[in-house]
Design a protein around this ligand. Structure first.
Ligand SMILES: NC(=O)C1=CN([C@@H]2O[C@H](COP(=O)(O)OP(=O)(O)OC[C@H]3O[C@@H](n4cnc5c(N)ncnc54)[C@H](O)[C@@H]3O)[C@@H](O)[C@H]2O)C=CC1
Ligand SMILES: O=C([O-])CC(=O)C(=O)O
Length: 349
């Protein structure tokens, strides 16, 4: 059952007996995403050490997962600066699913007040103890938590835009699945480019570049809406018990695996991800999700968007407008989130 959920590339990689020494750290490892994500990482032979940190429950989850009979060493860390430091030191990849999920009626942006400071503080620790790691931000609102992480790393003088990623993989996973349901095809053969950000109308699927450019009219409206609001579908179905966790764990594990394969020298590893990008910087969108080729240094090449049809141009305009606001909020919020960083730096002097 697990195998059937893997992409061809992932299946290929899981069968390789890898020689890499890769420590992967999960911050928020005891949560709805953190637990299945950690389990999937335990199944990845490229991961040799798994460090699981949470403000509660990290050691318990680690003890449980450590019994799975794959080779990697699993350690759980207690809450607090010492546990966080030990979890981060030597990490090649740091995944951050720590943060609260949505309840019905909320937007991802409604999570900003709570999650911005959680991500800020974890980013600060990552900048101190794992400044060269690839940082994969899962906590929402991704459109804002990624620029916040960039600002924290800048304030510490260790920002490398090639190593900071907002995880938008779930959008392409959904797009591939939903288009296959509509067309009765195998999702493994359906690749859909999704660009923009990770919330509502900022999610822009490019169906004209898929295997099914013919989808049009009401069918297209319904499909695009489902891809843009797939997260809401899960929030509604969970009825107050959170948002997507299992599909997100799969998506996060796929993104981490792509980086590990690229680090091992595999060529042509391409994943969509929300990174510092020149593509729409002139529209105040310094971060943008698009197809990115990964390499040993993280981001290798940000691919051009390609040709959009008029319908997609119509989706992109409001996406850029919203995205610019989400990005600006990361530094312009009245009770600036960055004051916390400046204050913390001041305290260290
Ligand atoms: N990027 C994406 O595509 C997706 C993002 N998400 C986001 O991921 C986040 C997590 O979602 P869930 O796992 O469902 O939530 P959850 O509430 O089940 O788990 C969050 C975990 O983070 C921990 N945590 C909170 N503050 C922490 C801190 N300072 N340090 C370490 N751990 C801390 C909690 O103890 C909890 O175990 C949410 O913000 C959600 O919106 C969810 C689905 C998809
Ligand atoms: O919808 C949410 O709040 C969680 C999320 O980002 C997703 O499922 O895409």
């Amino acid at each position: 059952m697990f195998r059937s959920a893997l992409s061809t590339a992932q299946r290929r990689c899981f069968s390789i007996s890898a020689q890499q020494n890769s420590k992967v750290t999960v911050l928020g490892a005891a949560g709805g995403i953190g637990q299945p994500l950690s389990l999937l990482l335990k199944l990845n032979p490229r991961v040799t050490e798994l460090a699981l940190y949470d403000i509660r429950g990290g050691p318990g989850v680690a003890a449980d997962i450590s019994h799975v009979n794959t080779k990697s060493k699993v350690t759980g860390y207690n809450s607090g600066p010492e546990g966080l430091k030990a979890a981060l030191e030597g990490a090649e990849i740091v995944l951050i699913p720590a943060g609260v999920p949505r309840k019905p009626g909320m937007t991802r942006d409604d999570l900003f007040n709570t999650n911005a400071s959680i991500v800020r503080d974890l980013a600060k620790a990552a900048a101190d103890h794992a400044p060269n790691a690839n940082i994969l931000v899962i906590a929402n609102p991704v459109n804002s938590t990624v620029p916040i992480t960039a600002e924290v790393f800048k304030s510490k003088g260790v920002y490398n835009p090639k190593r900071l990623f907002g995880v938008t993989t779930l959008d392409v996973v959904r797009a591939s699945r939903f288009i296959s349901e509509l067309k009765g095809t195998n999702p493994a053969n359906e690749e859909v480019t999704v660009i923009g950000g990770h919330s509502g109308v900022t999610i822009v699927p490019l169906l004209s570049q898929s295997n099914h450019p013919d989808i049009s009219g009401e069918a297209r409206n319904i499909l695009v809406n489902r891809i843009q609001f797939g997260g809401d579908e899960v929030v509604k179905a969970k009825d107050g018990a959170g948002s997507a966790t299992l599909s997100m764990a799969y998506a996060g594990s796929r993104m981490a695996d792509a980086l590990l394969r690229a680090a091992a020298g595999e060529k042509g590893v391409i994943e969509p991800t929300f990174v510092q990008s020149p593509l729409y910087a002139d529209k105040k969108c310094d971060f943008f999700s698009s197809k990115v080729e990964l390499g040993p240094e993280g981001v290798k090449t940000i691919h051009p968007i390609g040709k959009l049809n008029d319908y997609e141009k119509g989706l992109l305009a409001p996406a850029l407008e919203d995205l610019a606001k989400n990005i600006a909020k990361a530094s312009l919020t009245p009770n600036s989130i960055l004051w916390g960083v400046l204050f913390a730096n001041f305290e260290e002097i």
